[in-house]
Structure formats: C-alpha cells, structure tokens
Design a protein around this ligand. Structure first.
Ligand code: SAH
Length: 344
C-alpha cells in the first residue's frame, strides 16, 4: 500500500526520505510543500523529476481538495465541501472572529452515533479520516483564505472520540512548530459522550478545550434524541467529566441544542442546573439548525433567553451560540448529503 505523506510527522517523513536514499534536506522541502497546500508532486518545483516520479510510485500526498465553496454575505463565514483522495466528501466551516480565524473540521466520513437532530449521521459512517485528512482541511482552507488560521474546533461531521488514535495524531501534527504551530489551547474537541474515551483523553493531560454534547438533562429524554446515551447514561458521562476536570483542571463546556417542545422548557433548565451544580463548567445553548429530515424546530427567542436566564439565576454560566453563516446554511452535514444524493 502507498504511504500517505500528509499523515506523517516531520521525523517520520525524514525517515522515509532517507530510506529512499535521498539527502535529508529533501524532507524539509517536501514537508514545506505539503504545508503550503501542494496537491500533486508536480507542484514541488524544487524537487528533481526522478524523485517526484519515485514519490508518485510509492506514496501519495493525501491532500484534501476544495469541491464547492460558499461565502456568507452576512459575516464572511465560509463553508467548504471537500473531496478526499478516494472520492469521499466532507465539510469544513471557516469563521471569522475578532481574534482571528477558526476552522471547524470533520473527523469522519459520516457518523454512526445516530443523534436524531443531526444531518451528519443520516447515511451512517463510511470511514474514519486519517490524521492527514483532518490536517489537510486546515491546510487547504488556509491556502484558499491566504491568511493564517489560529483556532481549530472538531465539531464537523463525525464523532472525534470514535476516531481516537487518529485524532490524537492530528493534534500532534497541528501542534508541530515547523508545521501549523497551533497551540493546544487553541484547539477544541466536541464529543457526544463516549465516557471511556473521555477518561483516556483526560489521562493524556492535554491543554485542549473539551465540549460535551449534552442536549438533555435526564436519561429518558437524552436517550430519545441521542442513542449513545443508552450505552453511556448521564451518570456515567458525568463521572467521566468529573474525572476529566480533576485530571486536567480544565473547564468543560456543555452544549445544549434547544429544540422547540423537546428539551426547552423551564423545568428542564432547572434539571440541567441541578445536574451541573458545583462543576467547573459552562453551558453553550445552541438554537437547533433545521434539517429537513428531522422535523425539529428552533425554540423561539424569548424561550431561549428565558432558558439562559434560569441557568444563570441558578449559578450556571451560560451563553447562547451566535448563529453564523445563516444565509449559506452552515449547519453541518447537509452539503455532503446533497452531493451524495446527486442533487445540485
Ligand atoms: N460528534 C461530536 C461533534 C460533532 S457535532 C458531538 O456530538 O459533539 C457538533 C455539535 O453540533 C454537537 O453538539 C451536535 O450535537 C450539534 N448539532 C448537530 N446537529 C445539530 C443541529 N441540527 N442543530 C444544532 N446543533 C447540532
């Protein structure tokens, strides 16, 4: 099988180049081309043709290509449909904030977690992304943008902790000083609550922000909208969260998608406050994005504000997620679904 170069760290790439009987400095040149977003060996102008041919025969870059791009007229949010080397599609979203650009990356082709409100899970999971395909999203969007991307959130298609080892390697690659050089504190991971993996992640003691998709304060409601809750019920999830907070000393953000008539009444805000009392945490309230197949609707503005105020009154810090790119339907998983079904 051919080696995928974009998934290698610098030391691994150097070894491969030395094993090919090439001088060390070629590794640095190839590494720089990959991080500049080279899509093919022919782009690598300072590499001799004979070496390019050898690379072509034994390896492939694994770069991610832009297939479609949408730019919001409201807030410059960009949404990308990206193509992988095997013809699969994923999505990335780029958001502009005062402090810089944040990219939201996908971690799998599809998802097998089955959350009822989510478009990414409708066709199930096709496969995991390699570390390089996670990284390639940042490289190709950064090249398109022409500016540095400073923050990364793993909140795109897929469940990052269902692709645990590749995500860890991705973090190593993103961190590398000679590569993208993005610090751990600028990376966030969102999980639907795979409790064992939350504990494993805590043991790594990384300085990464962890977000937990909670979306309901009790097992009955949570299991209805998130099947993963049947495997890892709330009690087990909360124990894993406590373990994470204890091990890392870091605050957890709980995401709570407000769906009209499903999980948005004031009694649920009270139950949520009871559940999170005393934890080092924050609640991010997200008005649900409409997905045709689900039939779920956003709670109204007053309802959302009231829910937030109730949490605050009960001593839980809570914010309402600003909706970005609403004119380009930046909600995740919808472009890929459309592309796969052949609808333009
Ligand atoms: N699998 C991970 C990360 C991907 S989803 C997770 O579950 O956390 C990123 C966030 O978007 C999660 O909180 C997810 O529950 C939420 N989400 C999914 N579909 C949504 C929708 N239609 N509207 C609002 N939030 C949604």
């Amino acid at each position: 099988m051919k080696t995928e170069l974009i998934s290698l760290n610098y030391v691994e790439l150097e070894k491969l180049i030395l094993d090919m009987g090439q001088p060390k400095f070629r590794a640095k040149q190839i590494y720089d081309w990959i991080y500049k977003g080279a899509q093919s060996f022919d782009d690598m102008l300072n590499i001799p043709k004979s070496l390019r041919e050898k690379l072509e025969a034994e390896t492939y870059i694994g770069a991610v290509k832009i297939c479609e791009k949408y730019v919001s007229n409201i807030d410059e949010t960009r949404k990308y449909l990206l193509e992988l080397s095997d013809g699969n599609f994923i999505e990335s979203v780029l958001m502009k904030y005062e402090y810089g650009y944040t990219i939201c990356v996908s971690s799998q082709v599809g998802c097998r977690m089955g959350c009822k409100f989510c478009a990414s899970t409708i066709g199930g999971k096709e496969r995991d992304l390699t570390p390089g395909e996670l990284l390639g999203q940042i490289i190709c969007v950064q090249k398109d943008l022409g500016q540095r991307i400073s923050n990364v959130v793993m909140m795109g298609i897929g469940e990052p902790f269902d692709n645990f080892e590749n995500v860890l390697k991705f973090i190593e690659l993103v961190n590398a000083p000679g590569g993208l050089n993005i610090g751990q504190r600028h990376i966030s991971i969102s999980t639907c609550g795979l409790a064992e993996k939350i504990r494993d992640f805590a043991d790594k003691r990384l300085q990464i922000t962890l977000l937990i998709s909670l979306h309901a304060p009790d097992n009955e409601k949570r299991s209805q909208i998130m099947p993963v809750n049947k495997k890892y019920p709330i009690e087990e999830l909360m124990e894993a969260c406590d373990y994470y907070i204890e091990k890392t000393g870091r605050r957890i953000s709980f995401e709570y998608t407000l769906i009209a008539g499903v999980n948005d009444n004031i009694a649920e805000a009270d139950s949520l406050a009871d559940l999170l009392r005393g934890k080092l945490c924050h609640v991010n309230l997200i008005p649900v994005n409409k997905v045709e197949e689900t039939g779920f609707e956003k709670s109204n503005r007053e309802g959302i504000n009231a829910f937030r105020q109730r949490l605050e009154k009960r001593g839980i810090s809570a914010t309402i997620r600003r909706e970005m790119g609403s004119d380009i339907n930046a909600a995740c998983g919808q472009l890929r679904k459309k592309k796969n079904s052949g609808i333009k």
